[in-house]
Design a protein around this ligand. Structure first.
Ligand SMILES: *[C@@H]1O[C@H](CO)[C@@H](O)[C@H](O)[C@H]1NC(C)=O
Ligand SMILES: *[C@@H]1O[C@H](CO)[C@@H](O)[C@H](O)[C@H]1NC(C)=O
Ligand SMILES: *[C@@H]1O[C@H](CO)[C@@H](O)[C@H](O)[C@H]1NC(C)=O
Ligand SMILES: *[C@@H]1O[C@H](CO)[C@@H](O)[C@H](O)[C@H]1NC(C)=O
Ligand SMILES: *[C@@H]1O[C@H](CO)[C@@H](O)[C@H](O)[C@H]1NC(C)=O
Ligand SMILES: *[C@@H]1O[C@H](CO)[C@@H](O)[C@H](O)[C@H]1NC(C)=O
Length: 415
């Protein structure tokens, strides 16, 4: 035992522990799944938080309140057979973007408050329907109602489940909050008009350009059912880029548009937890049109050697479709020379005139393959190795190290 813990070993071990606790405190402040697992009466609610990806969204936020309902209240909701994206809208109305512990709930200034919710934050909520009215009622009761529910407060506070001030408060309320907007059937994802959605959210020029290129537009819509994330450059960015866009070959235009789509559904929380290379709709095996995702604090950035763009807004997050606004046009390094000095020979120039044919054929296959590397950047080191981008390489390796260290620690904790 003694010679197992010689000073150098001990120091290394302590350093490792400090390193690990740093990781935990920055990226793993709370885990709603784990909190609710301790309470079997919320198992259905918990299951649907995971299924709708809301759990990850909750875990990456602080100063929030989750209004959980028990299994019988969930049974009433499920009896109406809502689609998964309707369930997501309804449950996201139950995540308040403020911290309400038991004490604060019973001591609301002026006895009433409107709380913004995750439903409102994802942009799916029309008008004021993403707000929840919380009102102190006679006899120490606290009533809850969706703002689009005619002033009725049908749900009552039951109890505090867990409070981690001021990061997360989990409370139980008596029933699901009725909300005509959240309960409305969502259009089948593949029926969504991408251009229309982009147009009303500050990305009209990109949307119009996309719809003018029928092949690109149908590549996007063909991918919706299997999961699609679109990064739309905002109008002033795409407008400034139009002269350069017009200068591209037909194949280049197609590749540039398709470069802004990723054939995997990604929430903000998933993007934050998945640093690394991301395949796009333009990716094909021969010419790698991919970019890397990197987090800088709370900011998600998308990088190629030619540009660094920031995600500025969520336009729609509706499983299996997510659309985010970005502040710059994503420039594939295959079409635009990077600014970074490159010691290795420059990559192949812009696609040849016959590229669209080959490009399209390969893409179909690649779409099916794509979720793998995008979901688990740490598992595809060869992707990083043959890419000359040092940044993305580093990010992928770092993820790999974290995964390895974490598995070691979990192994250690199990002992
Ligand atoms: C609350 O969240 C912050 C930021 O994620 C974290 O540093 C802190 O440790 C958390 N507090 C508790 C009590 O978990
Ligand atoms: C949260 O807890 C669940 C269940 O214990 C676990 O499966 C999941 O990996 C955890 N999530 C994170 C981000 O640690
Ligand atoms: C409480 O009510 C007073 C008087 O009606 C008002 O001035 C104040 O803004 C209210 N405070 C809040 C937090 O709503
Ligand atoms: C909440 O609803 C109650 C009852 O309809 C209403 O009296 C109150 O003004 C509402 N509170 C807010 C902040 O809108
Ligand atoms: C999508 O919406 C745009 C207007 O934003 C409209 O011009 C176009 O016809 C619509 N496309 C379909 C397929 O409905
Ligand atoms: C368009 O291409 C020509 C020829 O390659 C080049 O001289 C010109 O600067 C380009 N214009 C823009 C706006 O990139």
């Amino acid at each position: 035992m003694q010679h197992l813990l010689r000073p150098p070993t001990l120091a290394a071990f302590t350093a490792a522990l400090l390193f690990i606790s740093a990781i935990f405190s920055t990226s793993n402040a709370q885990n709603i799944t784990r909190i609710l697992e301790k309470h079997p009466e919320f198992s259905t609610f918990n299951h649907y938080l995971t299924l709708t990806h809301l759990a990850l969204e909750i875990n990456t936020r602080t100063t929030i309140t989750v209004c959980a309902v028990d299994n019988s209240a969930m049974t009433n909701l499920l009896a109406k057979h809502p689609s998964i994206s309707t369930i997501k809208n309804i449950l996201s109305l139950h995540v308040l973007l403020d911290y309400f512990g038991a004490k604060k709930l019973h001591q609301i200034t002026n006895g009433t408050a409107l709380a913004a919710t995750l439903y409102q934050a994802t942009g799916s909520a029309p008008g004021s329907s993403g707000f929840v009215n919380i009102t102190d009622l006679r006899g120490g009761k606290v009533g809850f109602g969706a703002e689009d529910n005619n002033g009725a407060l049908p749900a009552l506070y039951v109890k505090s489940v867990e409070e981690i001030p001021y990061n997360i408060s989990v409370i139980q309320i008596s029933q699901i909050l009725p909300s005509p907007a959240a309960e409305a059937p969502t259009p089948a994802p593949s029926q969504q008009n991408l251009t229309a959605i982009m147009s009303v959210h500050g990305c009209k020029i990109f949307g119009d350009t996309l719809s003018a290129f029928h092949e690109a537009y149908s590549t996007f819509t063909d991918n919706i059912d299997g999961g699609l994330t679109v990064f739309c450059p905002v109008d002033n960015a795409f407008k400034a880029f139009l002269p350069k866009f017009k200068n591209l070959t037909a194949a280049g235009k197609l590749a540039l548009l398709e470069f802004h789509g990723v054939p995997v559904y990604q929430t903000i929380a998933m993007l934050k937890s998945n640093n690394g290379l991301m395949n796009t709709l333009a990716t094909d095996g021969a010419e790698k049109y991919d970019f890397s995702v990197q987090n800088d604090g709370d900011q998600i950035t998308l990088k190629t050697k030619a540009v660094t763009a920031k995600v500025t807004d969520t336009i729609i997050d509706d499983v299996p479709l997510a659309i985010y606004a970005i502040n710059k046009v994503l420039l594939p390094e295959e079409l635009f020379k990077g600014k970074a000095p490159s010691p290795s020979p420059a990559p192949a120039p812009a696609p040849a005139a016959d590229a669209p044919e080959a490009h399209k054929k390969k893409k179909k296959k690649k779409v099916a393959d794509a979720p793998e590397p995008a979901d688990s950047p740490a598992e595809s080191p060869e992707d990083a190795a043959d890419d000359t981008g040092d940044d993305s390489d580093g990010a992928v390796r770092f993820d790999g190290i974290v995964v390895t260290v974490l598995s070691l620690v979990f192994g250690f904790l199990m002992l």
